[in-house]
Design a protein around this ligand. Structure first.
Ligand code: F0G
Length: 469
């Protein structure tokens, strides 16, 4: 007998975690030579955002809107109903959002920053201060655009790239309390970003969120989530927080949601869609004023800035993103990249984040001072060597101050963001190989200077020049 009956043996528990899908349509990659890439990046003013994506081999610029949709999501695209008002796609979208985040007002937007812009226009303004564990760049820009101040209060462990801590995205509760005690009148909302993207894709614990909620109650300040990667954060809670290991991720998400008065969301991340977002709120009056702003720039409240088909793709994405097989694969595949890099001696932020691996450029390039942008130098080198597009998260992104001066960011990182369900293990093995090669000759890399920059969000359009030896 060549098969075994189940009762004859223990069930086999495989050690290999595989992609819980197979490939349904493929998109060819164009191979380029190093000479071609050097020419392309020079012509782009050494700004990776200015490259044509055809000359990029493995695009790890962002995990935002770059994932592969499932066959059910594509079916949803067909099902999409384009009625201007009250489309069935809208009701499916609203129900899917409220299944996880039972907030009474859901306001669809074309992406996360549109939700931020609307909310900050309603609650921001000169003299106000918005605390957050760490503001993402668009969130910071939207706070500052109203004349308000964006204050980052992540725990000190969150700023030390080499330190292991299960929840490095946590808010520093003592500093938040001190701040609220002094400035409560100036704080329109406290934000928590899950996972903490600018701090290394690190999660926030349920316990910490409860602590923030308590302080918000004590000082009567609303608590908002920047929830772009809520499912990844909930998976980390399940894996790392006491008492959570047996729970459904969807239930953990609902626990998180119950703590919040509102949320901004980019469906381009854990909505598993290529576009979309929303603002959700508890407060009726605030929701009414946000809907008025929505109509000015995004659209009617049952579609926001989206087509009906997009609403359906997101509704289905929200069902898939909390599935355990998906999240196990997702977090493991990011971990695989990070562990491969560590084994090759490349310094990365530890522990490995959910959606990305962050290379510690300041420690890999100690000879390049922060104001010569070590993260940028490393990112350009990865592109030239292997066609890998990454993103500097450091002094280029955060160094320019509102008063026009410049100072080093807290960290100089290079983010390798992993698009969802898009690349296979061999692509990732290639990335590890290229990074290891570049790291070996990192002492040869030189810094950059900025020759042109806009007033805000300079990393998108600045032009650079390499500094000579
Ligand atoms: N908040 C966080 C934490 C984000 O990571 C992003 C986007 C946004 C808000 C804004 O959402 O792009 O839909 O307008 N992050 C992308 C990234 C761009 O590459 O990390 P959006």
């Amino acid at each position: 007998m060549w098969f075994l009956l189940a009762s004859d043996t223990e069930a086999m528990i495989p050690r290999t975690i595989i992609e819980p899908f197979r490939i349904h349509s493929v998109e060819p990659l164009r191979m380029t030579s190093e000479a071609e890439r050097r020419e392309a990046i020079a012509a782009a003013g050494y700004n990776l955002f200015s490259l044509r994506s055809e000359v990029v081999l493995i695009d790890l610029l962002t995990d935002s809107g770059t994932g592969a949709m499932s066959s059910e999501q594509w079916a949803g695209i067909q099902r999409g109903d384009e009625a201007y008002a009250g489309s069935p796609s809208w009701y499916r979208f609203e129900a899917a959002v409220q299944e996880l985040f039972p907030l009474p007002h859901v306001i669809p937007t074309h992406q996360g920053r549109a939700a931020e812009k609307i909310l900050m226009t309603a609650i921001g303004g000169p003299g106000k201060v918005v605390p957050n564990n760490t503001h993402f760049d668009t969130t910071r820009a939207n706070v500052e655009a109203t004349g308000a101040e964006a204050l980052d209060l992540v725990i000190p462990e969150g700023l030390d790239p080499a330190l292991e801590h299960p929840f490095k995205g946590n808010m520093d509760l003592a500093r938040l309390e001190r701040f609220l005690r002094e400035r409560r009148e100036d704080v329109p909302a406290v934000f928590v970003t899950i996972t903490n993207n600018s701090g290394g894709g690190q999660p926030v614990s349920l316990e910490n969120l409860r602590g923030v909620r308590e302080l918000c109650d004590r000082y009567t300040v609303p608590l908002f989530l920047d929830a772009c990667r809520f499912a990844e954060n909930a998976w980390f809670i399940r894996e790392r927080e006491r008492g959570q290991a047996e729970r459904e991720v969807a239930d953990i998400v609902r626990d998180i949601a119950a703590l919040a008065d509102g949320m901004t969301m980019s469906a381009k991340k854990d909505g598993l869609a290529n576009i979309g977002g929303w603002l959700a709120l508890r407060d009726d009056e605030l929701a009414a004023s946000c809907r008025n702003l929505l109509i000015l720039t995004e659209g009617f409240p049952t579609y926001g800035g989206l087509a009906g088909r997009d609403l359906d793709a997101i509704a289905q994405g929200l069902k898939e993103v909390v599935q355990h097989d998906y999240l196990r694969y997702r977090i493991r595949s990011t971990g695989y990249l990070g562990e491969g890099l560590l084994r090759s001696g490349v310094p990365v932020v530890k522990p490995i984040g959910g959606h990305a691996v962050y290379l510690d450029a300041r420690s890999l390039l100690p000879h390049v001072p922060p104001l010569q942008y070590p993260g940028h130098a490393l990112a350009v080198a990865l592109y030239e060597a292997g066609g890998i597009r990454s993103c500097e998260i450091g002094t280029v992104m955060f160094g320019r101050q509102p008063d026009g001066s410049e100072r080093p960011a807290a960290l100089d990182l290079v983010r390798l963001a992993v698009p969802r369900r898009t690349y296979t293990q061999s692509h990732i093995d290639y990335v590890i190989e290229v990074c290891a090669e570049v790291a070996k000759r990192s002492s040869e890399l030189r810094g950059y200077r900025i020759v042109h920059e806009p007033l805000a969000l300079r990393h998108f359009t600045a032009r650079f020049e390499p500094l000579s030896g």
